[in-house]
Write a protein that binds this ligand. Sequence first.
Ligand code: CO
Length: 208
Amino acid sequence: MEIHQIFKNNRQWAANKLKRDPECFKKLSEGQHPAILYIGCCDSRVSAEELMGVAPGEVFVHRNIANMVPNTDLNVMSVINYAVRHLQVQHVVVCGHYYCGGVKAAMQQTDMGLLNPWLRNIRDVYRLHQDELNAIASEENRYKRLVELNVQEQCINVIKTAVIQKAYKERNVRVHGWVFDVRTGMLHDLQIDFDRILQHIMQIYRIS
Ligand code: CO
């Protein structure tokens, strides 16, 4: 992929959009009202908007390595606050994906330098679910399960924030855990039972 090709693609894309709706960019310039906050992985194969089939303006997107929600990360915390408090999104999605390099790296005993503290958050997920994971004989299935459990734990990290607890009470904001399968192109809802999780953890984490 050459950089100049990107600009050719962009001109073509904008022209096609205008052909369908001559006002589309003017409308976008007037503001955004996305209903969904999507927190996903940076992985180049997991293109958020494309896999969801959504148009510009429909989804507020945050991506980092392995779709993490560490409570000390000012970046993701700012995104959640802005999306929920100001944009008033109704849904917060954490979307992981099978074959995630970040999750794979966390399963290996290698020094990843600057990435160590970031990956340690995934190792913590492994430790929390060590018994379940160690009982899975196949390494590939264990890797897949860790991807799912990591999504679940990052959803719980979303729920630990005051802004979500407040929005949950006031306007029933929903949190969803999804996984995208790079091998099939399918998006799966993990159907995490948040009402049950909330009941279980709120005696510890309630702050709003
Ligand atoms: Co990934």
